[in-house]
Write a protein that binds this ligand. Structure first.
Ligand code: IDP
Ligand code: MG
Length: 170
């Protein structure tokens, strides 16, 4: 039976950017034949980091994880957030990403090849990948506005506000 078309959120974490791994990671991900439908370079606020990892807030490594995804550990306060779409996208990307613990990850997976465990015990595993359709929807809606995705993957609604303030190029 054909795999269902799914979307998944991938984040190249600050260690991936700092180590100049973006090209290698995108090349590896292109093996999936999935399509990129959204991409943003993001300076991660504490609020966004905590919301993204909210299911881990009781873990002993939570504070270090927040500082890590914000790039405070790598002096590189940015990540690359991507949405990929295609048949079986979630498990395809998870298998190329490899296990959460980089020491247990398959050596040719992204995390196996490039990840490490810090002396403080944080798994610096180079990329994030959504692990279920529900998680993917929550995460994509957290990281992207509807106009930032090139396909209408989830229902959206138009909003008009009189006192809307934003920047435009001068
Ligand atoms: P996942 O990224 O493979 O989905 P999660 O359990 O969702 O794994 O954890 C989110 C992130 O938190 C991991 O990618 C890793 O950076 C970190 N992490 C998870 N479990 C541990 C742990 O046991 N020790 C240290 N860091 C961890
Ligand atoms: Mg996870």
């Amino acid at each position: 039976m054909a795999e269902p078309v799914q979307q998944t959120l991938i984040i190249i974490k600050p260690d991936g950017l700092k180590k100049s791994l973006t090209g290698n990671i995108l090349t590896k991900l292109s093996e999936t034949r999935l399509v990129i439908i959204g991409a943003r370079v993001v300076k991660v606020s504490r609020e966004l980091a905590e919301e993204h990892y909210k299911q881990l807030k009781d873990k002993p490594f939570f504070e270090d994880l927040i500082l890590y995804i914000q790039g405070k550990r790598h002096n590189c306060e940015r990540v690359l957030a991507l949405v990929y779409q295609g048949p079986g996208a979630i498990s395809l990307v998870r298998s190329i990403a490899g296990a959460t613990n980089p020491e247990e990850a398959e050596p040719t997976s992204i995390r196996g090849a490039y990840g490490r465990i810090t002396t403080k015990g944080v798994y610096e595993n180079v990329i994030h990948a959504s692990s279920s359709p529900e998680e993917a929807e929550r995460e994509i809606k957290l990281w992207f506005r509807p106009e930032e995705i090139v396909l209408p993957i989830f229902p959206s609604k138009p909003i008009s506000r009189k006192d809307c303030h934003f920047l435009e190029w001068a």
